[in-house]
Ligand binder design. Structure first.
Ligand code: C2E
Ligand code: MG
Ligand code: MG
Length: 743
């Protein structure tokens, strides 16, 4: 009994007092305890309930609940569960502690209750019911749940942050106040080429980075420690054999007292960006094919060299180089061969130049070399010779040997103005890169203009400047000349030598210049060829010559009406290589012939031997088409170029014009005569007609006749003249002779 009641151990008075005290305690317990307390009989009917219990379920009063059951106040489900527990307690005598009941509906509230239910025993220990204490833990559970959710959220954020740190390509690290690493992400360990374990707990200097690097870096870190201000630092160091460029932000982390507790370093590896930037900068000044400097870099360096030259008694030279016949290689062997040639030439130029010279490629086949600190002009000439020698060895590409040479123009500039340099070939110190290049280019042009295609060099001189200026003026005026109709054709008769019979004429262009008078072709044809105007001019010549030929042919036919077998006159028209490079040219010729109802064989198209040599691959097709059309192809100025006999056999040539140079020597030098004899013999063997050019003397005429030359032209017969004069003299005479020949 003592086990179940306090009273058992007390005497009488004490007992009464004690029973009263029990009542007081029970009363207080039931009326004021915040937890709900209830006592139930064996049928789970309330015997006693605390005020708090009545309040919880909204009963009128604790006494009003006596005799009622949970079914009167709770949901049937909850009431049934409670009833089942109580039955179990009564049956087993074992309490049920810490029973959490979720979602208990009380009124319009859902509650979480925590209960402990015990058997209710009388003093003898017999179970007479149950009692329980229940605490409303709804609020606590709610807070707990929120806390749990928050913890989960925090954990999730933590995980995400970690993933972010671990997978970030940017190196990140944290270090304590002693600048020892406390955290490094994988990007940082990868960059350092170390394991995290090797880094953590160490400072940069302890990691063995070079001292000059660590000094700067750690001083930046210390500065942030001291000021508490974040800082951005750029640093570079050699890691794993390559120099890496890093951009780092140092962020201080504070403790609760506002002291910098640690530093966070977030870096970005700029190495690749720097490399791209440098490559781009490099590309901007490099020729992509050869890797040589480009024009921009060359001009920049030349100007810098010129500035440095002032007052010095040394010399600066700019060599301007243009490959001879590069276009032919490119057109006939293809661009790959052209590129290979340029690359090989670049290498040879660099080998020929001094280490301090700057070799550049300006695009196409143009190169330039800048030479500083020369003591004499001869040094520049020596370099030009070295370059030309370096190029004599043929360049091999895809089993082919390519021969090149370079035309080199040289412009020099000295540090002190030389009053005595009478040649005027040296620019004073005031010159700039563009001026020097322009002068060197003009000198190079003169080398080209020699036209032997064998390279060589020339220094820039004042006369060269004048020529360059006048060339430019000619070009400007040429453009207008065609529109203004300033061109004229002169005609030079061609005779059959033995019979002294008129064959026809060669059309030779003249320019009736408004100020300078009648200009021969040498004054403007080279410029027209260079700037491309030769194509429209050449077309005009073709049309005009054919118009004249048609007029003469009509006269001829009238005069020889009785003898239609008599051959109509011919017309020779000179072509430029640019014209036969155009694939539409043969159609143009066919159209002109049709328009004037001319026999194609009446037209002879002259192309110089050197032009055939230089012609692009496509020209061969055009020549073939012209040949198929029935026009005659004449090789002009034969003997001045390098045609081999093999070459001639392949080209569709009908007529060989022996250059004036050989004709003029006839009867004087034995050797030239032998050459002419051989040429005539060879032409005959190939079934070609030969024409001697520039016959001036009766002796030359006689020798050509003896050597078997078919036809000839020259001042002996007549100089070139206008169409009208030609008609009145040569043509008229030929027609007077007509009745004789038919007779
Ligand atoms: P070419 O075709 O060899 O013409 C012959 C040149 O020799 C002409 O000079 C002619 O006047 C000159 N000549 C003729 N007989 C004699 C002579 O006995 N003695 C001397 N010393 N010279 C003589 P021209 O008219 O000054 O023409 C020079 C060159 O200009 C021509 O040489 C030809 O290559 C070119 N040319 C002329 N007209 C044209 C044209 O319409 N188109 C093109 N592309 N070139 C032309
Ligand atoms: Mg000619
Ligand atoms: Mg000629």
């Amino acid at each position: 009994m003592a086990k179940y009641g306090l009273v058992g151990a007390m005497d009488g008075t004490e007992r009464t007092d004690s029973a009263r005290l029990d009542q007081i305690c029970l009363f207080n317990l039931l009326s004021a305890c915040a937890d709900t307390i209830y006592f139930k009989d064996l049928e789970s009917r309330f015997i006693r309930v605390s005020q708090s219990q009545a309040d919880l379920i909204g009963a009128e009063s604790p006494t009003a609940m006596v005799g009622k059951t949970d079914f009167d106040y709770f949901s049937p489900q909850h009431a049934a569960e409670a009833f089942a527990y109580e039955r179990q307690i009564i049956r087993t005598g074992r309490p049920v502690t810490d029973l959490h009941e979720w979602n208990v509906r009380i009124g319009d509230r859902e509650c979480v209750l925590s209960s402990t239910k015990q058997p209710l025993r009388d003093f003898s220990g017999r179970i007479i019911g149950t009692f329980g204490i229940t605490r409303d833990i709804t609020a606590r559970k709610h807070t707990e749940r929120e806390l749990l959710a928050k913890t989960h959220e925090l954990e999730r954020i933590g995980r995400e942050l970690r993933t972010l740190l671990e997978s970030s390509p940017d190196p990140m690290a944290r270090m304590d106040r002693d600048l020892r690493y406390t955290y490094v992400n994988p990007a940082a360990t990868a960059l350092a080429g170390l394991e995290a374990a090797d880094i953590l707990g160490r400072t940069s200097s302890e990691l063995g980075f070079p001292e000059d690097y660590t000094r700067g870096w750690e001083s930046a870190l210390r500065h942030v420690l001291a000021t508490g201000e974040p800082a951005d630092v750029e640093r570079n160091l050699v890691l794993g054999g390559t120099r890496r460029f890093l951009e780092s932000r140092i962020v201080p982390e504070f403790d609760d007292d506002g002291q910098v507790r640690s530093l966070l370093v977030v870096s970005r590896d700029l190495t690749e960006r720097k490399r791209i930037e440098e490559t781009l900068a490099e590309q901007a000044v490099r020729d992509p094919l050869t890797g040589l400097a480009n024009r921009r870099l060359f001009v920049e360096r030349t100007n810098r060299a010129l500035a440095a030259l002032e007052g010095a008694d040394t010399l600066l030279a700019v060599l301007f180089l243009d490959l001879d016949r590069f276009k032919v290689v490119n057109d006939s062997l293809g661009h790959a061969a052209g590129d290979a040639l340029l690359v090989a030439v670049a290498a040879r130029l660099q080998a020929a130049a001094r280490r301090t010279d700057l070799v550049a490629r300006f695009g196409g086949d143009e190169f330039a070399v800048l030479c500083e600190r020369l003591s004499r002009r001869e040094d520049a000439a020596a370099l030009a010779d070295r370059i030309n020698r370096a190029l004599t060895e043929p360049i091999r590409h895809a089993g082919q040997e390519i021969h090149v040479s370079a035309s080199i123009g040289i412009a020099t500039c000295c540090g002190v103005a030389t009053a005595d340099s009478g040649s005027g070939s040296e620019s004073g110190p005031a010159a700039d890169a563009d001026a020097l290049l322009r002068d060197a280019d003009a000198a190079m042009y003169q080398v080209k203009a020699r036209g032997n295609g064998a390279g060589g060099h020339l220094f820039f001189t004042e006369p060269i400047r004048e020529q360059a200026v006048s060339r430019l003026a000619v070009e400007t005026e040429l453009r207008l000349a065609l529109e203004r109709g300033e061109f004229r054709l002169f005609y030079e008769p061609i005779y059959a030598l033995r019979q002294r019979r008129l064959i026809g004429a060669e059309a030779l262009i003249r320019w009736q210049h408004p100020r300078r008078g009648l200009l021969p072709p040498a004054e403007f044809i080279p410029v027209a060829e260079e700037c491309g105007l030769i194509v429209p001019i050449g077309l005009w010549v073709l049309r005009e010559a054919c118009r004249t030929l048609a007029a003469w042919t009509r006269i001829y036919h009238r005069a020889h009406a009785a003898n239609p077998a008599e051959q109509a006159p011919t017309m020779a028209v000179n072509l430029s290589v640019r014209q036969i490079a155009d694939s539409g040219f043969a159609d143009e010729v066919a159209a002109v012939l049709r328009r004037h109802r001319l026999e194609p064989a009446q037209l002879s198209l002259e192309i110089t031997e050197t032009a055939v040599h230089d012609a692009p691959f496509s020209a061969g097709t055009v020549l073939k088409a012209l040949c198929e059309l029935g026009a005659r192809i004449a090789l002009d100025d034969f003997g001045t170029g390098y045609s081999s006999l093999m070459h001639l056999r392949q080209a569709p040539v009908d007529i060989l014009k022996i250059d004036r140079m050989f004709v003029s020597e006839l009867g004087r030098l034995g050797q030239d005569e032998a050459i002419v004899a051989a040429v005539i013999g060879m032409a005959r063997a190939l079934g070609m007609t030969t024409i001697g050019e520039g016959i001036e003397t009766a002796e030359q005429y006689r020798r050509l006749c003896e050597l078997g030359c078919d036809q000839g032209q020259g001042y002996l017969f007549s100089p070139p003249m206008t169409a009208e004069l030609f008609r009145a003299t040569h043509l008229a005479q030929a027609m007077r002779a007509a009745p004789d020949t038919s007779a």
